[in-house]
Ligand binder design. Structure first.
Ligand code: FAD
Length: 494
């Protein structure tokens, strides 16, 4: 298939993977295991690895047990149950080494546009840092949480101190004796705050709405336990036990808020009661929506940190009025002089899921198809976008288990789709309009039952349409089964 560059002849690959996070890695490993070698992995950054290489903020850690939050092809002797970012970065490096992925990687290659060329039956990709290339298949693995968002606070650009999103933590930052504000109180902020609280002179925390926080059942693995993790069947047994333990949580998220309140709400309230003695602060930290409606956060150290004397909580009644050259002025007129503003303001996980224009058959743009809300067959493929597969696409997110489980489920579908085209010596595959509509209708019908839709919160799971786009509304094993059972009739193969 390859027609590598010679003078002006464009390069053609069989598969281009966009992104080098766990999604891109899983795609590459699966392709290799099936004998496809003519593929490249494009990465906009100067390093490969995705989420855990990019998010280097203090305290960054996974909130799914590590034996489950790992690729099935790559067991690992983890040092603790919920590992921190440096170990995930090491793990990622080991994945690249073990599966010899590095030769496929092209760093600092940001895709800015991809267009289906009907005549050539290929995708044409425009890339910063390279000539356009062509590819028969695209596996888009650009990540569900890789487009950081900072709201347009008035005066934001005027601040002369250091300011950044947690996604872009400066490597050489020294916060010793600095006056710091952190904007946001979600999952990343809850990890950052305890990690920097001892260092800073003062810390102002701007919270739009409080989150439910449950204890983090962490443990370190002693040397003998790590030895056991090296035994494959023991690793897989532990992985299964964690998986099925977490999977039961969907009963609460979908079918019974009573169960959710009992098993998650109870521990969250008790921890808040135990760790925050000031009733005013406790009230400000108590969410007004059903637990589970937003991502449940795991932490044992956040509340003790926020209770420290040099930490001040600004809630929605006294938020940011304006940002000035010197700091922040709050709604009640308090002027805070600051050295550093940290934005922990999340990601665009719905409407901005794919950041570059994708143009399919008949010049249809993905943005226009997704004008109402993002949608895809199995969250992965879209009519009129042949041979284009979206890893962690619409409604593939998961709040109760590992995102890697879903990524690997998607691989079953993507690989069978590619195998089918290749086995039939055809050029393209795409889902039928009917199959995609039926699937999407089912997703949003089922979503009506979930706490994400009905729990009384406005979360990043929802797109501007008000529909929950970031989550799959059911058991993850059911999603996996749908991906495994490839339905030829749901597709057009040409
Ligand atoms: C701080 C943080 C904590 C998280 N914690 C958890 C957790 O505890 N449990 C869990 O299940 N999930 C968690 N997640 C979700 C996490 O995103 C997934 O678990 C998983 O890592 C996604 O992998 P990915 O490969 O799809 O995306 P990513 O790891 O985000 O990789 C996408 C890659 O694509 C590259 N890219 C993007 N656009 C382009 C372009 N146009 N051209 C070229 N390259 C591009 C990016 O630079 C990036 O390297 C967390 C996410 C974040 C940000």
């Amino acid at each position: 298939m390859t027609d590598k560059t010679q003078n002006s002849v464009p390069t053609v690959y069989q598969v281009v993977i966009i992104g080098t996070g766990f999604g891109g890695q899983a795609a590459a490993i699966n392709l290799k295991q099936r004998g496809y070698t003519d593929f490249i992995m494009l990465e906009r950054r100067a390093f490969a690895g995705g989420t855990w290489l990019q998010n280097r903020y203090p305290g960054a850690a996974v909130d799914v047990q590590s034996p489950l939050y790992s690729l099935s092809a790559m067991p690992y002797k983890w040092t603790q149950m919920f590992v921190t970012q440096p170990e995930l970065a090491q793990y990622t490096q080991q994945v690249f080494n073990t599966f010899n992925l590095t030769p496929h990687v092209h760093l600092e290659h940001e895709v800015t546009n991809s267009q289906w060329d009907t005549q050539r039956q290929l995708w044409c990709l425009n890339i910063i840092g390279s000539d356009p290339i062509y590819s028969k298949y695209i596996i888009n693995a650009t990540g569900p949480l890789s487009m950081p968002v900072i709201p347009n606070f008035p005066g934001k650009e005027t601040f002369t101190g250091v300011n950044f999103h947690t996604n872009n933590w400066p490597d050489d930052l020294d916060l010793t004796d600095k006056r710091v504000a952190i904007v946001g109180s979600g999952a990343s902020a809850v990890q950052v705050i305890p990690a920097i609280v001892d260092e800073v002179k003062s810390l102002a925390v701007f919270q739009r709405s409080p989150h439910w926080i449950i204890p983090r059942p962490d443990m370190t693995f002693a040397a003998w336990m790590q030895w056991l993790l090296g035994v494959k069947w023991i690793y897989n047994t532990l992985r299964s036990a964690i998986y099925w333990g977490l999977e039961t949580r969907i009963v609460g998220f979908k079918y019974s808020q009573t169960i959710l309140n009992l098993f998650a709400g109870g521990p969250a309230k008790r921890q808040l009661q135990r760790q925050v003695s000031d009733p005013v602060l406790r009230k400000a930290l108590t969410p007004d929506f059903t637990i589970g409606c937003k991502r449940i956060i795991l932490s044992n150290t956040f509340y003790p940190a926020i209770c420290r004397e040099h930490v001040t909580l600004f809630d929605k009644n006294n938020g940011i009025k304006t940002i000035t050259e010197n700091g922040i002025i709050t709604a009640d007129g308090t002027a805070l002089d600051l050295d550093v503003i940290i934005y922990s303001t999340g990601y665009d996980a719905t409407d901005g899921l794919i950041s570059y224009p994708v143009i399919g058959r008949h010049n249809t743009t993905l943005a226009s198809v997704w004008d109402d809300y993002p949608r895809a067959y199995l969250g992965t493929s879209v009519p009129d976008f042949p041979n284009y597969f979206i890893v962690t696409g619409p409604n593939t997110g998961i709040g109760h288990t590992s995102a890697i489980f879903v990524i690997e489920a998607q691989m079953h579908y993507i690989m069978q789709a590619i195998d089918t085209v290749e086995a039939q010596h055809k050029q393209s595959i795409e889902p039928t309009v009917q199959a995609e509509s039926k699937y999407t209708d089912m997703v949003h019908r089922e979503m009506e039952q979930t706490v994400w839709q009905t729990g009384g919160c406005n979360s990043w799971y929802k797109s501007a349409s008000g529909k929950v786009i970031a989550m799959f509304p059911g058991f993850s094993f059911i999603y996996k089964r749908m991906c495994q059972r490839f339905k030829l009739d749901d597709h057009i193969i040409k």
